[in-house]
Ligand binder design. Structure first.
Ligand SMILES: Nc1ncnc2c1ncn2[C@@H]1O[C@H](COP(=O)(O)OP(=O)(O)O)[C@@H](O)[C@H]1O
Ligand SMILES: [Mg+2]
Length: 307
């Protein structure tokens, strides 16, 4: 009887997983970090990881596709023919020196700027062409944390975090209050609902900005130098929080940075841009870029903190 029950249960789990895979919830089960954690003791983790991402494994599934993007301000070309993909649930970092076009690329990816040519697909939707219902849908899936936390100084933390919920959902105030409370808890700010941004430290404001970026349960989170202005310890704490959110919730994350500190703690994969070529000069894991690249520009980037 017990065996029968167990059989039923495992079949139930299997069916549920099949349904979840169809509905796109599978990232919780197959994300790359999980695969690494599951490597058997004594087994070389890297080959296991590679095996894990072969043929049709969900974590190779591209959810953002940047295709031959050329970006210009007026007559000035900033990016030329840039192509890459972001995979479901991964943490991808866009690296490069100041002024090479990282923020410009990010603004194209979230639809704030339109490509001069090429296109950006988010979950299959061309973000520059989408309008009406499709644009609304894709915007709802995107959360953004810029360098400045961009909190409204005249509003409490709860009011700040509630803003997207008020704007995008028709939820009743009690439910919005409850969601806000949960989101603030997620970034370790439980109980700070009624505080004003000016009463908080820089790290707390960044976390509140993160709670607001996550208020609509986005599929994608974009960060533009979120560590700007934070001391190293606070920045490292923010990394741990971001990483735990990625691993716990499975949000796909794209970061822009020119700082080395967070690359190794956060990036699973990175692309590096360069001003001279207006394109990607390297791509791979941070360790690959640092240890295997022979490009002097890449080496310089990774060694400059020792300069
Ligand atoms: N709105 C704008 N109009 C004109 N030029 C801009 C604008 N924003 C950025 N730029 C220029 O584009 C280049 C890339 O900028 P940006 O994407 O901000 O670089 P990064 O984020 O890598 O430091 C820089 O030379 C910058 O001066
Ligand atoms: Mg920038």
């Amino acid at each position: 009887m017990d065996r029968q029950m167990a059989g039923c249960r495992s079949q139930g789990v299997r069916i549920r997983r099949q349904e979840e895979q169809k509905s796109g919830v599978e990232e919780n089960y197959f994300r790359s970090s999980d695969l690494r954690k599951r490597a058997a003791p004594g087994m070389d983790e890297a080959p296991y990881y590679r095996t894990g991402i072969t043929v049709g494994s969900p974590n190779t599934e591209p959810v953002i596709i940047v295709e031959n993007l050329t970006a210009r301000y007026g007559d000035v070309t900033i990016l030329e023919d840039v192509s890459f993909e972001v995979r479901r649930g991964e943490r991808l970092m866009i690296l490069g020196g100041s002024g090479c076009g990282k923020s410009t690329l990010l603004k194209h990816m979230i639809g704030l700027l339109k490509p001069y040519s090429g296109r950006i697909l988010i979950n299959g939707i061309d973000i520059a062409q989408a309008d009406g219902e499709a644009l609304h849908r894709v915007r709802r899936e995107i959360g953004v944390l810029f360098q400045a936390d961009a909190l409204f100084g005249s509003m409490s933390l709860a009011e700040n975090v509630a803003l997207p919920l008020v704007e995008y959902t028709g939820l009743p105030p009690e439910l919005i209050r409850e969601i806000v409370r949960m989101k603030l808890g997620l970034v370790h700010l439980a109980g700070y609902e009624n505080h004003m941004p000016a009463e908080l430290s820089g790290g707390m404001r960044k976390r509140a900005g993160l709670a607001r970026a996550m208020s609509l349960d986005p599929t994608f989170l974009f960060f533009d130098e979120p560590w700007a202005g934070l001391d190293p310890v606070t920045a490292a704490e923010l990394d741990i929080l971001i990483r735990s959110l990625n691993e716990g919730i499975g949000t796909t994350m794209v970061f822009v940075t020119q700082e080395l500190a967070s690359i190794f703690s956060l990036a699973e994969r990175a692309i590096m841009l360069h001003k001279d070529t207006k394109g990607i000069i390297a791509r791979g894991t941070p360790a690959d870029l640092r240890e295997k690249s022979t490009d002097p520009r890449v080496l310089h980037f990774f060694n400059r903190q020792a300069d």
